[in-house]
Design a protein around this ligand. Sequence first.
Ligand SMILES: Cc1ncc(COP(=O)(O)O)c(C=O)c1O
Length: 405
Amino acid sequence: MTDPAALDRADPLRRFRDQFELPRGVVYLAGHSLGPLPKRTVARVAQTVQNEWGRTLVAAWDEHDWIGAPARIGAKIATLIGADADEVLVADSTSVNLFKLIAALMIAAPERRTLLIESGEFPTDMHVAQGATAALGRGRQVRFARQGQLAERIDENVALVVASHVHYRDARIRDMLAITQRAREAGALVIWDLSHSAGAILVDLHGARADFAVGCGYKYLNGGPGAPAYLYISRQWQERLSNPISGWLGHADPFSFVDSYNPAAGLARFASGTPPILALAALEAGVELMAEAPRTEMTLKTQALQQLFLDRVFARRRAGLSLLGPEDVRERGVHVALRHKRAELLVAHLARLGVISDFRPPDAMRFAFAPLYTSFADSAAAADALVQVLQTVGGRDLSPTAKVP
Ligand SMILES: Cc1ncc(COP(=O)(O)O)c(C=O)c1O
């Protein structure tokens, strides 16, 4: 078995771990849910609160360029996802951005009525798709494709496809280029949800010729709980779309206070209301940290971390446990999903041993190996804890309150 300590010594990314607040005795493998706190965020938020809000008050909108924060941070996120600076805007939540894009695109293509999405997608994508098509009316509806059959189900009735780049449950990476091309051939558009890929794996929106994307700020961008989200619209589409939540900050001249709406040029029209400046300060610190990290090394490291974990678990314990999603680590994002009929119980017991993962019903456990703050020692410790917990609970019908040795 590979020596985790030796791998950690040779790790070209090891300097990044110290950039995060990680509680002692905890192996944190839930970055797919909430990224940990970057140390620099504490000072950044304090500076925004004390100096900017505290001392500059309302003048800070100009003096500290609060008003420019959504576009400025969007430009920084753009460097992580293969987009240009003026193609990404930070705004709202992923759910709200999805709604805005779905509505804008379906209104722009009235002759087609179908939104295609794979069943088992992240719930908000499916639910917003249902809500938006119902609100738009005129026969618009959601069609669900079976898992793995998204590309095959794109036909001439489909206006829009909504798809996660990395699947939230089984971590499989979708072929963004192939699906985008297939949609284009059929005259359909695609919105990519980058929540589980941006800041985690290589994302190249231009390379995939993708036109639309959304994503969240609190997972691999480490922007803090409930961090603002972002949306991407390729330059060629920006002037052709209208924001259905046409709020004052998407107006061409918000401070003219006129009655009628006149959209701002370009992507700025996709802003709706006042940006959350304190949350943006935290997001900007997280994004800047991610932008400092070399992407290729990150990919190689997460693959090695995942492989070490899986080898160490499966070498000793197979019964009742199976890998969900692709076997080939190159086809997975940053997390590994394992199935076990007592997954919920195992996750609870792992947490008591200091290993933080999560459970997704009915039987999946997810372990994220985010490469900037996860060490090989963490990966080995998590595998050992899982084997220990499996030995303890395996074969016995324990309740979630049962004691871990
Ligand atoms: C794929 C995906 N999309 C969207 C979201 C969340 O959207 P929101 O930030 O609006 O809650 C998540 C959250 O886990 C997710 O996994």
